[in-house]
Design a protein around this ligand. Structure first.
Ligand code: TRP
Length: 426
């Protein structure tokens, strides 16, 4: 089997903080060390245009995030690490997908709906302040994913709907133009901790309660001492449950260290001392990365080079050949060749085949596709996979397909018969 492809995007609209590191960067860098996966990590700067109106902030954030991932141990020679806007095939694919996507699908997107609901509450026009960028956000994200036929997409829970949309969009395209896209899946890691911030709520830029990952040591210390605690005095036993200080410690310490800290809480450690220990731990983990980060950030041309080189190689290997195939499929074709010549020029590598799948209606279907993935026959729904499988077997053995399936539009019975013969001849 081909390697699993794992892909995720990071929108460059802020400065990385401890929560980003523990929740996204560290697990991703660890996962990228596995040899049985092909990983894609990219800076979704086209998405940043939707979120922020500050050009300089996007540049700065792109630099900081790229330097952070490299400082955290991402190896750009082993994974695909690139910037979205360096791959012009992505906006091109966005348009191809736009043309097979119902407007109603996007009407249902949470972020868009929230904006419309807020306008209704304010008595404003429903679409006041809503850009087409916000509306199209899920389509651009689908193109990011489908461009590289990613199987798994690690995201936060808030992005799961976008992944469902990407699957719907991929299925519409496949249905209309042949099987080009893998249907991607969201991978939401329940085990990954969301870190609390300074005020005890989830650490997030929007709550202004973050601890920047690479704050200088003195600032880090000041911030750690600003983490909320309760008013228990030294010597009074303290709760670890619900303590932001304890939770942050746990995310950076070993299990043994965490247990030791738990015991200290029970014994009534003073908050000041607990903060001292937390700071020492954070600084010990972060300092070596911070040194690398500072070197990297001082040489933006090196980071530019890393990103450019990633995009160039990725375009040559995947994006350019794939978009050529997709353009052909939708009808953006050369004029100096007939369809038959084009088909001939392209080596037929795949054989016709039956595919079985389940639909949202709960029934089991099959279809018969040619070597290009074009649908020739569409099976009707069966109650069980076994019945669908039996129909497929019968057709392969020479039974008339008409009792279980219909020819696809524009496909002649002759073409179907020829493809079935090819299949049976194996
Ligand atoms: N929308 C994602 C976020 O805000 C970022 C993103 C853009 C992304 N394109 C993607 C994530 C493709 C995964 C796959 O977090």
């Amino acid at each position: 089997m081909a390697q699993q492809r794992i892909l995720t995007g990071i929108t460059p609209s802020g400065t990385p903080h401890l929560g980003n590191y523990a929740g996204a960067i560290r697990p991703a860098v660890e996962a990228s060390r596995q040899t049985d996966v092909e990983s894609f990590y990219f800076l979704s700067d086209y998405h940043a245009l939707i979120k922020t109106g500050s050009p300089e902030r996007i540049r700065r954030s792109t630099l900081e995030i790229a330097a952070t991932w490299l400082a955290a141990g991402l190896r750009p020679e082993r994974v695909w690490f690139y910037r979205q806007s360096d791959i012009p095939e992505i906006p091109e694919l966005t348009w191809l997908l736009t043309c097979v996507t119902g407007k109603g699908l996007l009407n249902r997107a949470h972020a868009y709906k929230a904006a419309v609901d807020k306008n209704a509450l304010d008595g404003a026009d429903p679409d006041a302040g809503v850009t087409m960028g916000l509306f199209m956000y899920p389509l651009l994200m689908a193109a990011d994913i489908l461009m590289f036929n990613a199987h798994k997409v690690p995201v936060g829970r808030d992005q799961v709907q976008h992944l469902e949309m990407a699957r719907d969009i991929a299925a519409s395209f496949n249905h209309r133009h042949g099987e080009h896209f893998v249907l991607p899946e969201a991978a939401v890691d329940e085990a990954v901790a969301t870190l609390p911030g300074l005020d005890g709520r989830k650490m997030s830029k929007s709550y202004d309660n973050t601890i920047p990952l690479f704050a200088p040591a003195a600032e880090l210390k000041k911030l750690v001492f600003g983490i909320v605690t309760d008013s228990r005095a030294p010597g009074e036993p303290k709760e670890t449950e619900g303590s932001p200080l304890f939770q942050i410690y746990q995310a950076f310490a070993t299990p043994d260290e965490t247990e030791a800290m738990r015991a200290r809480f029970r014994e009534g450690i003073a908050w000041g001392e607990a903060k001292e220990i937390l700071f020492d731990k954070l600084d010990a983990v972060i300092a070596p990365m911070r040194a690398r980060y500072e070197e990297l950030i001082a040489e933006p041309e090196r980071i530019e080079q890393v990103l450019k080189s990633g995009a160039e190689r990725l375009r040559a290997k995947y994006a350019m050949p794939f978009i050529a195939k997709l353009r052909e499929a939708v009808g953006l074709r050369r004029l100096d060749r007939t369809l038959a010549e084009t088909a001939q020029a392209r080596p037929k590598t795949r054989k016709p085949q039956f595919r079985q799948y389940r639909e949202a209606d709960g029934l089991f279907y099959f279809k018969f596709v040619d070597g290009d993935g074009r649908v020739l026959l569409q099976g009707r729904g069966f109650a069980s996979p076994r019945e669908a499988g039996q129909a497929v077997a019968d057709i392969k053995n020479g039974a008339d397909f008409a009792q279980w399936a219909d020819p696809a539009e524009d496909v002649s019975r002759d073409a179907i018969a020829r493809a079935l013969d090819a299949l049976r001849a194996e």
